[in-house]
Ligand binder design. Structure first.
Ligand SMILES: Cc1cc2nc3c(=O)[nH]c(=O)nc-3n(C[C@H](O)[C@H](O)[C@H](O)COP(=O)(O)OP(=O)(O)OC[C@H]3O[C@@H](n4cnc5c(N)ncnc54)[C@H](O)[C@@H]3O)c2cc1C
Ligand SMILES: *[C@@H]1O[C@H](CO)[C@@H](O)[C@H](O)[C@H]1NC(C)=O
Ligand SMILES: *[C@@H]1O[C@H](CO)[C@@H](O)[C@H](O)[C@H]1NC(C)=O
Length: 336
């Protein structure tokens, strides 16, 4: 029998890992409390800890300034190539390629040093162009555009789950108390040789914390993904979801804030700032059509992503794959 791998978690990380491991010939079972379904029916209260439905999700360039950022950048490039191949072969996967625009009010040295030559050849960013002064909105000091992609999260995650199942993968909806208990369960595919811990916010790693994000889903379409970093440290962005998913207008980044309820005041600020940055979004009726407010909890980890192997018994192995923070989709196909 081929080795049996159990993946704990059916967020973007668990699903991508499961497909990848399955492609190497292993028998794979996904065990999770939450699975992808239509984003219209994912529950804002009871499924708030399931982060994948609440993400944007777009891919952005982040000019690396240290080895950890270099590694994430390389992961984002591998994911970019994978997404392009999947999009070409499976138009229904929920992926859209489009231009990404970055606007910065107070660019750091890493941005100011980002020439077209460096971005294209050294960083491998496709379609990169610096914006000219006349192309920048008021208050913005630096801007660029480049080729990128966005996904409609639940369309994309449901696609991954369907691919996994048609290729013979098994799924089991269970809540577990400790990932290790899975080693003692009886599975159709036999005893568990390897467990992938892709539990997102999961259980008790002291280095884990959440970064709350409030965004607003609007029905207005948008042909590009725009991100503005404001001088006060706040963010103004949009992420088109396509496939009838509307557009996400965001958003906050609040470490350790567990408030599950959206603030109406925050919604109004997000919409006002985005409209000032990219007025075309308002369309011919000059207004936003709000669908709903979103609150999500990015699974963030001090010291960064945990991607490592741990031997727990003489024949049992856990591979940790969690703590992707605000970049779970962007980096999902990046592991070597
Ligand atoms: C507002 C917002 C905007 C974002 N925008 C972007 C973006 O533009 N681009 C991007 O790349 N990322 C973005 N993210 C981040 C991205 O959504 C996350 O990094 C990603 O979804 C994390 O996926 P995951 O698979 O690690 O965790 P999750 O999606 O949380 O999945 C965890 C899985 O583990 C299961 N699980 C957990 N505990 C248990 C248990 N005890 N028993 C059984 N199962 C369990 C859950 O049921 C679930 O299936 C955003 C996030 C937020 C909140
Ligand atoms: C989300 O996770 C936190 C921390 O583990 C927990 O206290 C809370 O009950 C969870 N919420 C839901 C709705 O499951
Ligand atoms: C599994 O991952 C969670 C994070 O989701 C972490 O807190 C926990 O320590 C890991 N569990 C084990 C048994 O390694």
């Amino acid at each position: 029998m081929p080795p049996h791998v159990v993946v704990l978690g059916a967020g973007v990380i668990g699903l991508s890992s499961a497909l990848r491991i399955q492609a190497e010939g292993h028998a794979v079972t996904i065990v999770a409390r939450d699975f992808p379904s239509g984003s219209e029916t994912i529950d804002a209260q009871s499924q708030i800890n399931y982060t994948s439905p609440w993400g944007g999700a777009h891919n952005r360039i982040v000019p690396p300034t240290n080895p950890a950022e270099e590694r994430e950048h390389a992961m984002s490039l591998r994911t970019f190539d994978h997404m392009r191949a999947v999009q070409a072969r499976y138009p229904e996967a929920g992926i859209t390629f489009m231009k990404g625009i970055e606007y910065l009010e107070a660019p750091s040295e890493a941005y100011r040093a980002l020439t077209e030559e460096r971005a294209r050849s050294r960083l491998g960013v496709k379609g990169f162009r610096l914006l000219k002064e006349g192309e920048l909105p008021e208050g913005v000091k630096w801007g660029c555009e480049y080729d990128t992609w966005c996904v409609n999260p639940m369309v994309y995650c449901s696609f991954l789950l369907r691919r996994f199942a048609i290729l013979g993968g098994k799924v089991l909806r269970r809540e577990v108390r400790d990932p290790r208990e899975v080693f003692s369960w009886n599975f159709e595919a036999g005893p568990v040789d390897v467990l992938i811990n892709a539990s997102g916010n999961g259980f008790g790693d002291e280095n884990m914390f959440i970064t709350r994000g409030q965004t607003c889903l609007v029905a207005n379409p948008c042909p590009v993904t725009v991100t503005r970093q404001n001088a006060d440290g706040s963010w103004t962005f949009c992420v088109p979801r396509n496939f009838d998913g509307g557009t996400i207008i965001g958003g906050t980044k609040e470490p350790n804030n567990w408030d599950p309820n959206p603030s109406l005041e925050v919604r109004e600020t997000l919409l006002r700032k985005f409209a000032a940055t990219y007025p075309q979004i308002l369309g011919s009726e000059s207004k936003f059509t709000v669908m709903k407010d979103i609150v999500g909890r990015r699974p963030t980890r001090k010291g960064g992503i945990r991607l490592e192997k741990e031997q727990v018994g003489n024949k049992q192995t856990i591979i940790h794959a969690y703590g992707l923070g605000g970049r779970g989709y962007e980096l999902s196909w990046g592991g070597g």
